[in-house]
Design a protein around this ligand. Structure first.
Ligand code: KIV
Length: 279
C-alpha cells in the first residue's frame, strides 16, 4: 500500500488486533528507509536532542530545530503517518502558545499530527490543539521532558498509587480526544491494563508486549547511539561497526593514495590537455 496512512486507519489496527509499528526519524535518508520498510508511524522525536545533536536533555531543543528536521523527514515519507513531537518550549513554558506551535508542525513541516508529553496542564493543551483540528498523540508514564520531577529516568507506576495516576492520565487524554497514547517505561501488567481500558491504541516503549504498538528510538536499535542504553532497547543492527569499517577503509585508501582510482575519476581528451598546457 502506497497511500498515506490516516489516523483512522491507525485506530482500526487496534480493533483488528494488528500491531502498530512506530519509529523515530530526524532526516531524509533514514526516514526514506523506514517508510520503505512500511513503518506505520514515523515520529520526529525530541530525542533528536540526545541522539543527533549530542545534548544532555530533550528540553534543550526548541521549535526551530524540530521544524528543521520535521521538514526533512516530510520530504521522504510517503506512506507512514508523520507525527511531530512538541518540544518542551512549545507548550510547557507557555501553554497559550501551544496551538500556534502545533499548527506550525502541520503547516510549515507537513506533519499529520503532534505528540504531547504529560504535564499538569496537558489535558487542556491537548483539548485546545484537537479543537484546532490537529490530531494529538499523548505520552504518559516516564516523560523525559519532566523526568526530574518524576525522580529521574526510572520506571514509573511501580506501586498501586502511582500506577492508578498513570491510568487516570491516559484515560483523561483519551477523553480529551487524543488518537493514541505512548506508554513509556511502566510495568508490563499496568501497560496491558491501560491498553484494555482505552479504546484508542497504546504505543509502548519499555512497557511490555501487551500494548497495541511499539516505538523505539531508531538510532538505538541500529546501534548508532551508545551514550546510554535503556533496558528496553534491543539492538537489531550494528551500524556503528559498519560505519567504522567503511570509514576506516576510506581513510586507509586515501592515505595510501589508492583512492580515487581511475574508475572514480574523470578523463580529459589528451589534445585538450595539450592545448591547456600550451597556453
Ligand atoms: O522523542 C522521542 O523519541 C519519543 C519516543 C521515544 C516516544 O518521545
Amino acid at each position: 500500500m502506497n497511500e498515506r496512512l490516516t489516523v483512522r486507519q491507525i485506530q482500526e489496527k487496534k480493533r483488528r488486533k494488528e500491531k502498530i509499528v512506530v519509529l523515530t526519524a530526524y532526516d531524509y535518508p533514514l526516514a526514506s528507509l523506514l517508510d520503505r520498510c512500511a513503518v506505520d508511524i514515523i515520529l520526529v522525536g525530541d530525542s533528536l536532542a540526545n541522539v543527533v545533536l549530542g545534548l544532555d536533555s530533550t528540553t534543550q531543543v526548541g521549535m526551530t530545530e524540530m521544524l528543521h528536521h520535521a521538514k526533512a523527514v516530510r520530504r521522504a515519507v510517503r506512506r507512514a503517518l508523520l507525527v511531530g513531537d512538541m518540544p518542551f518550549e512549545a507548550y510547557q513554558k507557555s501553554p497559550e502558545k501551544s496551538v500556534e506551535n502545533a499548527r506550525r508542525f502541520v503547516e510549515e513541516a507537513g506533519c499529520d499530527a503532534v505528540k504531547l508529553e504529560w504535564f499538569a496542564r496537558c489535558p487542556q493543551v491537548a483539548r485546545d490543539i484537537i479543537r484546532a483540528g490537529i490530531p494529538v498523540m499523548g505520552h504518559v508514564g516516564l516523560t523525559p521532558q519532566t523526568a526530574e520531577q518524576l525522580g529521574g529516568f526510572k520506571t514509573q507506576g511501580k506501586d498501586a498509587g502511582s500506577a492508578r495516576k498513570i491510568l487516570q492520565n491516559a484515560l483523561t487524554l483519551q477523553k480529551q480526544g487524543c488518537f493514541s497514547v505512548v506508554l513509556e517505561c511502566i510495568p508490563t501488567p499496568l501497560a496491558a491494563m491501560i491498553t484494555q481500558r482505552l479504546s484508542v491504541p497504546t504505543i509502548g516503549i519499555g512497557a511490555g508486549a501487551g500494548c497495541d504498538g511499539q516505538v523505539l528510538v531508531t538510532y538505538d536499535l541500529l546501534g548508532l547511539f551508545d551514550r546510554f542504553t535503556p533496558k528496553f532497547v534491543k539492538r537489531y543492527a550494528r551500524l556503528d561497526k559498519a560505519i567504522l569499517d567503511g570509514v576506516g577503509r576510506f581513510c586507509a585508501d586515501v592515505r595510501k593514495g589508492k583512492f580515487p582510482d581511475e574508475q572514480h575519476s574523470y578523463a580529459m581528451a589528451p589534445e585538450e590537455f595539450k592545448k591547456l598546457k600550451g597556453k
